[in-house]
Design a protein around this ligand. Structure first.
Ligand code: ATP
Ligand code: MG
Length: 273
């Protein structure tokens, strides 16, 4: 499902202009990373997609719906949202109820609610915690539970605000694999993250934000190799890019296997020269 922001402005009641004229189109099935410094406007931008915030100028379109004409409840059937802070999202007293809440609100049948909830819990590795109280889970598990609650709603668009934060290597890899699988199945994915290594590994396109503007937009390979640009957005290039630059390699591949291939070719050429 495609998304678009057309000349979008948003100002908080405090007078902070968080979005200052955003034009952005995302095609159906794209996997886009949104990166940028603290306060750049990333979270504000994606909250417009499900009506949690409404633009005070311009238009936000989800599929063929102008969001101005739809309620948050209706938009929730199209845009699943993993919040930056799971405490904003979790409020039930049992893990299973938490995951069932979204599908129930969307009017799924009891059978579908049960199957979507259980499969989402299995996907994130929390099936054994179905009866637990979410407040007894560790912070990283609460994030995974919030992700399961998002997945269970089976939406064509997924927005994930800092999904890898607080996760160890196994948790990061699990979340990455889940996103890759969803991408393969055709979901449209927006990933907000300060973790450019994570973005480089999984996303295809990167949108760089600063001060409520879009500074740059393009393929991750192109965007993440531009030091000046990333510095202006106060984000660190991925490790492999820094390594390639330190070695003075002509390219900076973003995946380990591609890096190894490019390195050995470049090294062989250099030795011959
Ligand atoms: N509820 C709010 N009330 C007032 N101002 C807000 C509110 N939420 C965010 N802001 C301000 O709006 C601007 C954009 O914030 P936003 O949370 O969208 O940035 P962000 O890119 O998600 O940052 P971070 O990386 O820290 O999550 C910032 O100046 C922020 O202080
Ligand atoms: Mg944010």
């Amino acid at each position: 499902m495609k998304l678009s922001f057309e000349g979008v402005f948003f100002t908080y009641s405090t007078g902070v202009r968080a979005l200052d004229g955003i034009d952005l189109s995302i095609g159906s099935g794209e996997f886009v990373a949104i990166v940028g410094e603290n306060g750049a406007g990333k979270t504000t931008l994606v909250k417009l997609l499900n009506g949690l915030l409404r633009p005070d100028g311009g238009k936000v379109v989800v599929g063929n719906w102008d969001t101005a004409e739809y309620s948050t409840a209706q938009l929730a059937g199209r845009v699943g949202f993993l919040f930056q802070n799971p405490d904003e999202q979790l409020f039930e007293r049992a893990v299973q109820r938490e995951v069932a809440f979204g599908p129930r609100n969307l009017g799924f049948s009891e059978r579908k609610i049960a199957s979507k909830s259980m499969s989402a819990l299995k996907t994130v590795g929390l099936a054994d915690h179905a009866e637990d109280n979410p407040y007894d889970l560790a912070p990283f598990e609460r994030k995974l539970l919030a992700l399961a609650a998002t997945l269970a709603m089976d939406t064509p668009v997924l927005v994930l605000d800092e999904p890898s934060i607080g996760q160890d290597a196994a948790g990061r890899r699990r979340i990455g694999r889940i996103l890759r699988e969803l991408h393969t199945m055709g979901s449209t994915i927006l990933l907000i993250s300060h973790d450019l290594d994570f973005c480089a590994e999984y996303a295809e396109r990167a949108v760089v934000m600063a001060n409520g503007h879009i500074l740059a937009d393009g393929l991750v390979e192109k965007i993440f190799a531009q030091n000046d640009l990333l510095q202006r957005a106060a984000v660190f290039p991925p490790q492999l890019v820094r390594l390639a630059q330190a070695l003075k390699m002509p390219t900076a591949p973003l995946k380990v296997d591609q890096f190894v291939n490019a390195y050995s070719q470049w090294h062989r050429r250099k030795k011959r020269a």
